[in-house]
Design a protein around this ligand. Structure first.
Ligand code: ADP
Length: 160
């Protein structure tokens, strides 16, 4: 039986923190699906298509990492793609409390799916997508915080 994991998130945008987590976790699984979730397209900074295209570029050279989109519950998506694991990152104790609740509820929704946590690499612990968006909104250049494949030039040149 294949070990398939889903790494769910909004990736608005994908950061070097996400990339590092995926690259570290990938060897544990036969397939790792980076999945953009949610039906809340209107509230994101970057369009679903843009986030999807960036993720595909970032992981293009890692054959067993796939990028997908989904709507609805993460556990239902896991069933669809035969995944037995959900991958999440832990940056801080606040992440832990948030993730503990989601992980335990997901376990109650589907007892066959385990959530696997990775501590984030220390250099990426302070990094999250909302900081990248905030820097952009205030006219700064957050390029150093995102993978090389994510070109933010058109966004930080634009008047916010
Ligand atoms: P959401 O806000 O929809 O939960 P995110 O895109 O912020 O999704 O995060 C998705 C996953 O990526 C989460 O498990 C989160 O802990 C992890 N993550 C976010 N930022 C980092 C980082 N800097 N380093 C490692 N993992 C991270």
């Amino acid at each position: 039986m294949q070990r398939i994991a889903v790494f769910p998130g909004s990736f608005d945008p994908v950061t070097k923190g996400h990339q590092s987590l995926v690259m570290r976790a990938a060897p544990l699984f036969d397939k790792l699906i980076v999945a953009i979730g949610g039906n809340i397209e209107k509230t994101t900074f970057f369009s679903l298509e843009q986030r999807f295209e960036w993720l595909k570029k970032v992981f293009a050279a890692t054959p067993h990492v796939k990028v997908m989109k989904y709507k609805g519950l993460t556990v239902d998506f896991c069933k669809e793609v035969d995944a037995g694991y959900i991958l999440r990152g832990l940056r801080t104790s606040a992440d832990f409390e948030f993730e503990r609740s989601i992980g335990q509820i997901n376990k109650q929704l589907d007892t066959s799916i385990e959530t696997v946590f990775f501590l984030t690499a220390s250099e990426y612990t302070p990094l999250n997508s909302s900081i990248v968006r905030d820097i952009l909104r205030h006219g700064g250049n957050p390029q150093r915080f995102v993978p090389d494949e994510v070109d933010l030039t058109p966004y930080f040149r634009k008047e916010q």
